[in-house]
Design a binder for this molecule. Sequence first.
Ligand SMILES: Cc1cc2nc3c(=O)[nH]c(=O)nc-3n(C[C@H](O)[C@H](O)[C@H](O)COP(=O)(O)O)c2cc1C
Length: 198
Amino acid sequence: MEARHSVRKYDPKAVIPKGELNEILRLAATAPSSWNLQHWRFLVVTDPEVKQKLLPIAYNQQQVVDAYATIIILGDLEANKTAALVYDAAVASGKVTQQVRDTLVGQVEAAYKNNPQLAHDEAIRNSSYAAMQLMLAAKAKGYDTCPMGGYDRDKLIETLNIPSRYLPTLMLTLGKASVAAHPTDRLGLDQLVIENSF
Ligand SMILES: Cc1cc2nc3c(=O)[nH]c(=O)nc-3n(C[C@H](O)[C@H](O)[C@H](O)COP(=O)(O)O)c2cc1C
């Protein structure tokens, strides 16, 4: 965690082998999520032409071109649709009973029914855990990342044909640093921690 820093200058020649990239994504997807609905999807851009299209969308932040991959973290706004998939598999592998499955799938449907705010909050909250894990997994494997909120979301959706089911929650560069990140500090616990109540 302390080795990770937001890197903005990447070696444009550095390649991440497919196996390693997949392992980073697999580890990211071990993140926790509410009802295990796994609200994250990873739109992985490695094609130089597509990365070039991302440059103006990311307000000319060159890292989206130079990093080996620019990954769009998507949050699933219809994660309730995954519940049956997840819990049918859990029944099949003997992890839960049919009765538990039915209860949980029913809970998910009730929670999501007519509640776009919940769907929206859950998409952002849960996909962010996967994004954080992705950054830590990448660092553990010797790669660097930068989380980015600086992009035009509407243009991104249009350019990459992102379906309305998925909300882009973060853009993330992944590659090999050519210049070290600039150091940052953190607030002290005295400013961060509230004990028991305000
Ligand atoms: C949600 C979010 C959005 C960010 N957007 C950008 C960005 O658009 N461009 C950029 O260079 N850094 C961006 N950052 C990186 C932050 O500037 C960085 O995390 C912060 O300064 C702390 O530095 P560190 O990550 O090296 O510890 C973003 C970080 C987060 C979490």
